[in-house]
Design a protein around this ligand. Structure first.
Ligand code: UD1
Ligand code: PEP
Length: 455
């Protein structure tokens, strides 16, 4: 198969849906990532601020008329989209390097446009802070990775428990506080499942409610704790974030805070897998080792050496042989669904067979077909994949179907024999800060191009 650059597509390709997607990309001349595989990596990778924290923190900033300063903000398409959304609400945002200043003194609008909210999931979480601050809010149903149905019923039911009336009309959620003074009322809320977004939406909403709120079966993810910490820094009274029961005592108003977001545990885990897959040695910092317990333990079970060099730094030392293991995705502190695709890529070159059970989302195994295109041996039944290791992946043109799938394909490409072309880079750009630069700095050979690639 010829994957060289040409001025036009040289040959017709067989029709299958994935190939048609590739043709579309190629014809439109959209950027692709070309990766030369089997180049050993070595060195240090700086880890950026956590995407899923920053986006929630930006939503949280709306709770105060004094705004906030957020540090450690990565360069991501999602941060730009969230900034655009806040700006449509009347918020002023200025960025200087990794510092974001958010001026919420002129929050004039309570609704965000569909075109922006549909790009990402976290934008919807601002429903909680807008409703708490303004007494009413309208938010289109959210977007984000197409990995399952991703309803918002828990957000809606929780807001209703807090005394809001909520209607969904024409794809827009309309919420307003029922009380005369426009305030929400503290309540006891039980979440049917520990949803990260619902916990964040409801925690924000409850900070300015009258009385105490208790969220039971709350999500315990580090990003929930980070949001709680920002709210506390702004004057909120929150206890229990990071456990399954969160207590929030409503306060009259919040004030300015200067806050630094946690490092991105999913980005760190992605580079950890990249080191293992390329049989290389990579260190990374800053990280919070406790946020990476599941990933570190799974890598060690596979036979990968992981060394903690300092409280905020680890080194991953790849080897020649890895054992296949089983993985089941679960809410934190279980194994994160956002690391499933990357670990599946690593499993494709382990010895033996491992079972991957995706329990959080109904449709988060679309990368299986693309990894198989690279020579992997993965069989799929519903949400369970059986991955049987092969000695070597081979480079191929592949299509990223969602954010973490795109990362899995990039690291598979780094380990594969020959050249891999990854298409669908808008997914990658949502969540990985300057990934090509970071990889090139440790020796990887990859470049983004809009050249026409013949397949
Ligand atoms: C921006 C952000 O932080 N995104 C993360 C967040 O997404 P997000 O907050 O959307 O994920 P949730 O924890 O809410 O979703 C977990 C499961 O609960 C279901 N559910 C959720 C809400 C609801 O009202 N009803 C319902 O049924 C979802 O469909 C899903 O199956 O946590 C997920 C789980 O760790 C991660 O994969 C995402 O990267
Ligand atoms: C699924 C993810 O993001 P989102 O919830 O924004 O779609 C992710 O970060 O892996």
């Amino acid at each position: 198969m010829d994957r060289g650059s040409t001025s036009q597509i040289s040959e017709p390709i067989e029709s299958n849906p994935s190939d048609n997607l590739q043709m579309t990309q190629i014809e439109q001349n959209t950027p692709v990532l070309r990766i030369i595989g089997k180049v050993p990596l070595s060195g240090h990778v700086p880890i950026s601020g956590a995407k899923n924290s920053i986006l929630a923190l930006m939503a949280g900033s709306l709770l105060s008329s004094e705004g906030c300063r957020i540090r450690n903000v990565p360069y991501l398409a999602d941060v730009k989209s969230m900034s655009d959304i806040l700006e449509t609400l009347g918020v002023k945002i200025s960025r200087s390097g990794e510092v974001l200043d958010i001026d919420t003194s002129n929050l004039t609008k309570n609704s965000a446009p569909y075109e922006l909210v549909s790009k990402m999931r976290a934008s919807f979480f601002a429903l909680g802070s807008l409703l708490a601050r303004l007494g009413s809010a309208k938010m289109p149903l959210p977007g984000g990775c197409a990995i399952g149905a991703r309803p918002v019923d828990l957000h809606v039911r929780g807001l209703q428990a807090l005394g809001a009336s909520v209607q969904i009309e024409h794809g827009i959620v309309h919420a307003h506080a029922n009380s005369r003074n426009g305030k929400l009322q503290g309540a006891k809320i039980y979440l049917d499942c520990p949803s990260v977004g619902a916990t964040e939406t409801l925690m924000m909403a409850a900070t300015l409610a009258e009385g105490e709120t208790m969220i039971e079966n709350a999500a315990q993810e580090p990003e929930v704790v980070d949001l709680a910490d920002l709210c506390i820094a702004m004057g909120a009274k929150i206890r229990g974030a990071g456990t399954n029961t969160i207590f929030i005592e409503g306060v009259e108003k919040l004030h300015f805070a200067d806050f630094t977001a946690i490092p991105d545990r999913i980005e760190a885990a992605t580079f950890m897998v990249a080191a293992a897959m390329t049989r290389s040695t990579l260190s990374m910092s800053p990280i919070v080792p406790a946020h990476l317990t599941a990933a570190i333990s799974k890598l060690q079970d596979m036979g990968v050496t992981v060394r903690q060099d300092a409280p905020d730094r680890i080194t991953v030392i790849g080897g020649d042989h890895y054992r296949a293991i089983d993985i089941e995705t679960l809410p934190y502190p279980g194994f994160p669904t956002d690391m499933q695709a990357q670990f599946m890529a690593l499993l494709t070159i382990c010895e033996g067979s491992g079972v991957v059970n995706e329990t959080v989302y109904e449709n988060r195994l679309q990368h299986v077909a693309e990894l198989n295109r690279m020579g992997a041996n993965i069989r799929l039944k519903n949400n369970v994949a059986v991955v049987t290791g092969v000695p070597q992946l081979s480079g191929a043109p592949v299509m990223a179907t969602d954010l973490r799938a795109s990362a899995a394909l990039v690291i598979a490409g780094l380990a594969a024999d020959g050249e891999t072309t990854v298409m669908g880079l808008h997914h990658l750009d949502r969540g990985y800060d300057r990934i090509e630069e970071k990889l090139r700095n440790v020796g990887a050979k990859l470049y983004r191009t809009t050249e026409v690639v013949s397949v």
